[in-house]
Design a binder for this molecule. Structure first.
Ligand SMILES: [Fe+2]
Ligand SMILES: [Fe+2]
Length: 172
């Protein structure tokens, strides 16, 4: 059975993963209406992944006799000033999520919940990948500059496929 403090922290993480999904959907929609179908695809896929993260937390809380609470959705922002700024926000958001996961790991140690601590290791590893992916995209954007994003938009989803093997292996 989950202790109350851990259950609350995990439920807060459900909300954060849910918001991550909504944020990336908002970015996908903005990219799509601004003619960047490839960037939109990358973000739609990312939003799906965040939904999977949320589900993992929900199912774990319930499996351990807690009660996963489905949060109300906060509206993410609608406007992004540039593609580069948008991906800087992706990186900042992922760093925020990593810090949040680390805080729960630390709480598990003080509360001696080593089962949840062990279970969270998947997310610790996932966050390394999430931050690395965002950094990789920002590096590419610096290389190509923002004047002509045609090739970047065409190629961004293949960047994702290159790392998808790693994600699939982590899922198994
Ligand atoms: Fe996530
Ligand atoms: Fe993420």
């Amino acid at each position: 059975m989950l202790n109350k403090k851990i259950e609350t922290a995990l439920n807060e993480q459900v909300e954060k993963e849910s918001f991550s999904s909504a944020l990336y959907l908002a970015m996908a929609s903005w990219s799509e209406v601004n003619g960047m179908a490839g960037i939109a695809d990358w973000l739609y896929l990312q939003a799906e992944e965040e939904r999977m993260h949320m589900l993992k937390f929900i199912r774990y809380i319930n499996e351990r006799d807690g009660y996963a609470i489905i949060p109300a959705s906060k509206q993410p922002k609608k406007e992004f000033s540039s593609v580069k700024k948008m991906f800087e926000e992706v990186l900042k958001h992922e760093q925020f999520i990593s810090a949040s996961i680390n805080d729960i790991v630390a709480l598990c140690i003080t509360e001696k919940d080593f089962t949840t601590q062990h279970w969270l290791q998947w997310f610790v590893n996932e966050q390394i990948e999430e931050e690395a992916n965002a950094t990789k995209i920002l590096d590419k954007l610096s290389l190509v500059g923002e004047g002509n994003l045609y090739l970047f938009d065409r190629d961004i989803v293949s960047l994702r496929k290159a790392s998808a093997g790693g994600e699939a292996a982590a899922e198994a």
